[in-house]
Write a protein that binds this ligand. Structure first.
Ligand code: AMP
Ligand code: GLY
Length: 428
């Protein structure tokens, strides 16, 4: 079978790499891909929002399964467009992907389905929102309704910050007009974050192993928020008891509520959970694999990913009870190497050296994110550049291997956190 992966980040490289290992997969295409997906698959120069071009390519190549990486094409209806043409595609419909693309939709669904989340109010006008924040206890979080590449969430420690956030989102429309039409204002939750990804088809839910992301740019969770500077799997914070609670109080009611509201969810449901003293609370839902969570997750998955994704697409996920999934018992860690300046402004086109040396480190896979080939050299082409991922007999062995490989790679201005995985030790 020929497979197409849509996207160009580290998550997509991990998907391409894993799918290429399936004995039933003949070719893996990636649109548009990066320098890493070009090694493990074949890049196709089509951007993820060019839905008609993607459909045309899938038809021409007789693609047997398309897998959507990022959220934007889902929100644009890529799944609906493929299905209309009778093409098999993994991911939720445009309507179902509102769980991620509209915070108002997802918060209201959680309220109606009794899913634990931070207390919140929705506003469609700046004036009442400004009045509301006068009366709140701080900190609060102000969120733009729509997709904003993770930047539309602003934590505010006082009234002035909250009013400034409301103005940025609704008046100055810094995240776009549509994304800022509504805002959600909620209580800031305290605790440790956990990423729970589950395969979902209709009413069947197969949770994958728990992972933990590192959102802050700098060590000790300092500095601005990023898309994620590293992840590890499994996360010991996700004890069997906690996972059972999340299954029961979050995944099942959410999936059932989606079905009841005629937006049955099919794809990966990603619950970003804050583990508070009062129990787990949902911070957000995503409708796709997490980045960088997918890199250590797929490094450990032994089951054929193609079989799993096909079971979702064909609505026979009940053939895969969670105990049928096979995992490498070894933990995995992914360390993201980022461009100078990321998550702010950064320059592209810096030559990356040492990739071949890094490959020699045992149990390591270097997933590419923002990279491309220029004049026969691999150069930086995004904020998050590489996700150096390693397996180890213990988490500390995995960490050692990952950083050993990181140290062999160099590009001007590279920065990375040195404490990926340390939260797991603080736990255990
Ligand atoms: P969201 O896009 O809603 O997931 O928010 C992105 C990130 O902001 C989350 O992963 C958290 O790190 C942080 N965040 C969002 N909502 C809250 C909240 N209510 N309390 C604390 N942190 C939050
Ligand atoms: N790592 C966070 C995300 O994928 O949204």
């Amino acid at each position: 079978m020929k497979v197409l992966v849509i996207g160009k980040g580290g998550r997509e490289h991990a998907l391409v790499w894993k799918l290429a290992q399936s004995p039933r997969v003949k070719k893996v295409f990636c649109a548009p891909g990066n320098a890493g997906t070009a090694e493990d698959g074949i890049n196709v120069p089509i951007e993820p929002h060019k839905i008609d071009d993607l459909v045309r390519f899938a038809k021409k190549e007789a693609i047997g399964l398309t897998v959507v990486g990022p959220e934007d094409p889902l929100a644009l209806g890529v799944v609906d467009a493929f299905q209309k043409e009778g093409l098999r595609i993994f991911g939720p419909s445009r309507e179902a992907s509102q769980l991620e693309s509209s915070k108002v939709f997802s918060k209201q669904l959680m309220r109606n389905a009794d899913v634990p989340t931070a207390e919140f109010r929705v506003f469609d006008h700046p004036e009442p929102a400004r009045n509301y924040v006068q009366t709140r206890e701080y900190p609060v979080v102000v969120k733009a309704d729509g997709l904003a590449a993770g930047k539309g969430v602003i934590v505010c420690s006082n009234k002035e910050d909250a009013i400034a956030a409301i103005n940025r989102i609704m008046v100055r429309e810094e995240f776009g007009q549509a994304a800022g039409r509504y805002i959600v204002i909620e209580k800031r939750l305290e605790g440790a974050e956990l990423s729970i990804l589950a395969l979902v088809a209709g009413r069947s839910i197969v949770p994958l192993q728990p992972t933990q992301d590192h959102k802050a740019a700098l060590d000790n969770d300092e500095g601005p928020n990023t898309g994620g500077m590293g992840a590890y799997c499994p996360a010991p914070l996700g004890t069997p008891e906690l996972l059972a609670t999340i299954d029961e109080s979050v995944l099942v009611p959410t999936v059932h509520a989606m079905k009841r509201s005629r937006k049955p969810f099919r794809g990966v449901l990603y619950a970003g959970v804050m583990v508070t003293n009062q129990g787990p609370r949902v911070l957000e839902f995503n409708c796709r694999f997490g980045d960088p969570e997918t890199q250590p997750l797929l490094m450990r998955l032994k089951t054929d990913l193609l079989h799993l994704l096909e079971a979702v697409v064909d609505d026979r996920l009940d053939e895969f009870p969670p105990e049928r999934l096979e995992w490498d018992t070894r933990p995995a860690i992914c360390v993201v190497m980022a461009s100078e300046g990321y998550p702010g402004k950064y320059t592209k086109g810096r030559v990356i050296g040492g990739l071949d040396d890094a490959k020699q480190v045992p149990n390591v896979k270097v997933f590419h994110a923002g990279t491309k080939v220029e004049n026969h050299m691999v150069v930086t082409d995004g904020g998050r550049v590489l996700g150096v991922t390693a397996l180890g007999d213990t988490l500390s062995a995995a960490k050692r291997a990952a950083y050993q490989a990181v140290e062999k790679i160099h590009f001007q201005g590279a920065h990375y956190r040195r404490d990926i995985g340390d939260k797991a030790w603080r736990r255990s």
